[in-house]
Each structure stands twice: as C-alpha cells, then as structure tokens.
Design a protein around this ligand. Structure first.
Ligand code: S3P
Length: 429
C-alpha cells in the first residue's frame, strides 16, 4: 500500500495545466470506435479509467493507434464491433461500463462485463432495466443488480424513459442504445446532467434535439468521424482551486479548463462563499467552453447551502467541497446528494470519517452532511478508501492541517490524475 506524507504548506503559486477531461476522453474513444472512418483525438487523458475504456474497445476488435501525442481510431461503424472472446474488464470505471453497455445492447453479440471490487458493488440495475425494456437480454449478479453482467444485444425498440436518478452515465447509455432503436427515442431528465454525449454526437451528425427536459434521438445511418482536442478536466482542477483558496500566500492560474455549466457548478458555489476566483479568457474548443481560472488565498470564506438542484453540476466535487467547508464560517449544509453513496466509495461516509479524524466538525445525513466551521485541522493518518477523489481531497486538507498528514492507499489517484502529487509538489512555495 502506497502512502504519502503531506506537510502544511506556505503557499501554492504558479501556472497549472490539469489533466484532460475524463468524461470527454471516454466518450471520444467509444464514439470514434463506432463512427465510420478515421477519428483523431488529441490530448486524451492517460489514466486508469480511460485505459479501461481503451482495453474494452480493443476486446471488441477496435484498432487504436496511439503514439503518445494523438490517438487515431479507424471506426468500425455502428454495427461493426466484434463479439469479444473473453470477459471485458472495466476496472474501476462506471463510465466505461454504463456507456459501453448501451453500445453492446445495440449490437448482435454476446458479451460479459466485470470490474474491480468497487465497481462490482455499484448499481447496474439503473441501466439494466431500461435496456431490457428496449429489448436487450441482460443478466447480472444479485437479481440483475451488480457486475458481472452479460448482454446479448440487437433489435432494440425505441422508448420514452424518464430517468429516475440524475445520472449522465445512465442518460448516455440510453442515448447510445437509442442510436440502434427502430424509431425516435426520448430520454427525460428533470435536472440537467453533463451533456458531453449530446454535444459530441451532434458534432458527429446525429439528429439529437433537446426540448426542455426531453432529449429526442433519431437513429442515424452512421456517425461521422471525430476530430477533437480534449480540454482540461474541471474536476481535477477543483483540487488546486481549493488548495489556492485555503493556503495562505497562494495564487494559481489553471489553464484550459472545461467550464461547461453542467460540470462547473462549483464555481457558483465558490462565488457564494466569497472566494477569490476569476474565470478568464473564456473560449470555445472542440464544441466545449474552456477558460483559465485564477484563484487566490481567500481567508474569509462563508458557509453555503447546497440542495438537490445544484448536485448534478458538481457531483464529483463534493469531497473537496467538504474540505473547503471546514474553513467556512458557519454551517455548510449539503442535501439531496444521496448519489454520492454509490460512487467509487460511499463518499458521504468516507469524507465524514476521514475529515472527522482531522478535527472537522461534520455530521452525516442519508443524503449529505452538515459541516460546522471554521475548525482548525490537525495532521493525522487518513485513508483514501481506494477512491481517487477522496485521496486528493485529503491531500489538500493536509496542506492546511497542523503537523503531518499521512494519506494511506494513494495508488487510486492514477484513476483520474496520475501526476497529481508531482503537480502539487511543483506548486509549493
Ligand atoms: C460521469 C457521470 C457521473 C460522474 C462520473 C462521470 C460521466 O456519474 O460522477 O464521474 O462521465 O458521465 P453518474 O452518472 O453516476 O452521476
């Protein structure tokens, strides 16, 4: 088990490029694989989760050329992937599993998917039920709930489906399956979740319309190939934004970060907290909005209230938000975030347990937490729960804790941000 010892910091200063966006990287690979013709993906994320997608696609006989600078994929067409001759191992990646299940359901092949200890505990019934309604034949462990799961796809019927949970993975799975259906499909989402699937498929020629909360998908003949440069990941940038706001003497400029409003909800929350954050140089890149984020030490942060409506646009930022909240004056209330319980770890519980060890005043609720600030944090031994976002959040907490903080089991950061600790070290003053 790999550990790291973090000492309190005298300031984070400089310029940072955070890793390429994980959600967009997964999608670019999968959609290029089922396009017709050659796609080029620049600035793809090289991290555990995206490698799970690459390996899965290779199992389906997709040829991926990768020279370390750009990735070239000769698409096999919507119905050209081949039956895999072994189990598809999705590692730790919910996005790989759920999105690929949509594509596999549309193809007349038999496949079996599995994953690591964490992924095999995550709910798959949320995709199995609607995919089965569309006509895919799917069996999974524990009464059709958990991986391993096997799919025999083909002959899908279009459906109108209202998402029972706000989940971009479920939405994307069903949009992908709808590409193969016999008529126009409709997915209804009450609260908008990340829309990278919709944007990318539209750019590949798919007739996909959003009318209010309805997303209508007309099955296409083909997908045009993709040429894309992946922007920086806001969810990875969030750790450095928080670090700069919390550590005295800090000033960071984070370049080329995706600020799509369905992802960057944390920026609005930070404004409410009174944080010194500027979003500059806003521009369009490969169909997404990117910007540079300038953030400085902010000693007078105020508590905020987060409700259900705000959750989807900042779903992956809750662990780091909890660290920030320990330094806000007043009680930060987070509610309507029960989805955090079914992430790579139960993030409500993992962050409550670990920040409490550091002296935070944090109370766990079924769907969120109360964090009563501000409290001085103290260095101690904390555990990542094998969850990349918990590991990185605790490392940032360590920068403001008195004494030394040991974060145990940090190998998981390679899931989304393999160079996290080196990048953090380079910014320390
Ligand atoms: C993702 C969607 C979210 C998010 C995950 C990536 C995606 O999951 O937490 O890290 O790329 O679509 P849910 O769909 O389970 O909310």
């Amino acid at each position: 088990m790999e550990n790291i010892v973090i000492s309190s910091s005298y300031g984070l200063r400089g310029e940072v490029f955070t890793p390429p966006d994980k959600s967009i990287s997964h999608r670019a690979l999968m959609f290029a694989a089922i396009a017709e013709g050659g796609s080029v993906i620049k600035n793809l994320l090289y991290a555990g989760d995206v490698l799970s997608t690459m390996n899965a696609l290779r199992r389906l006989s997709v040829e991926i050329e990768d020279d370390g600078k750009e990735v070239r994929i000769l698409g096999r067409g919507l119905r050209g992937i081949k039956e895999p001759n072994d189990v598809i191992d999705c590692g730790n990646s919910g996005t790989t599993t759920r999105l690929l299940a949509g594509i596999l359901s549309g193809n007349k092949i038999f496949s079996v998917m599995t994953g690591d200890d964490s992924l095999r505990k995550r709910p798959m019934d949320r995709i199995i039920k609607p995919l089965s309604q569309m006509g895919a034949v799917i069996y999974a462990r524990n009464d059709n709930k958990y991986l391993p799961m096997c799919i025999r796809g083909g002959n899908l019927k279009s459906i109108e489906y209202k998402l029972p949970v706000a989940s971009a993975q479920v939405k994307s799975c069903l949009i992908l399956a709808s590409l193969y259906a016999n008529g126009v499909g409709c997915i209804i989402e009450d609260l908008p979740t990340r829309d990278h699937t919709e944007r990318m498929l539209q750019s590949m020629g798919v007739d996909l319309k959003r009318i209010g909360s309805r997303i209508e998908i007309s099955p296409p003949q083909r997908l045009n190939p993709l040429e894309i440069t992946v922007p920086g990941d806001f969810s990875s940038a969030a750790f450095f934004i928080a670090g700069a706001l919390l550590v005295p003497n800090s000033e960071l400029i984070i370049r080329d970060v995706l600020v799509n409003p369905t992802r960057a909800g944390l920026l609005d929350v930070l404004k409410g907290m009174g944080a010194n954050v500027e979003v500059a140089n806003i521009r369009e890149k490969s169909g997404e909005t990117v910007a540079d984020i300038i953030c400085r030490f902010s000693p007078n942060l105020k508590a905020v209230k987060i409700d259900k409506k705000m959750v989807p646009s900042m779903i992956d930022e809750f662990p780091i938000l909890c660290v920030l909240a320990t330094q806000c004056e007043g009680t930060t209330e987070i509610r309507g975030a029960e989805e955090l319980r079914v992430k790579e770890s139960d993030r409500i519980n993992s962050i409550t347990v670990e920040l409490s060890k550091m002296g935070a005043n944090i109370v766990e609720y079924p769907d969120g937490v109360d964090i009563i600030g501000k409290t001085d944090l103290k260095g101690t031994v904390v555990n990542s729960h094998k969850d990349h976002r918990i590991a990185m959040s605790l490392a940032i907490a360590g920068l403001i804790a008195a004494g030394k903080t040991t974060v145990n089991d940090i190998g998981c950061v390679s899931i989304s941000f393999p160079s996290f600790f080196n990048t953090l070290k380079a910014l320390q003053r």
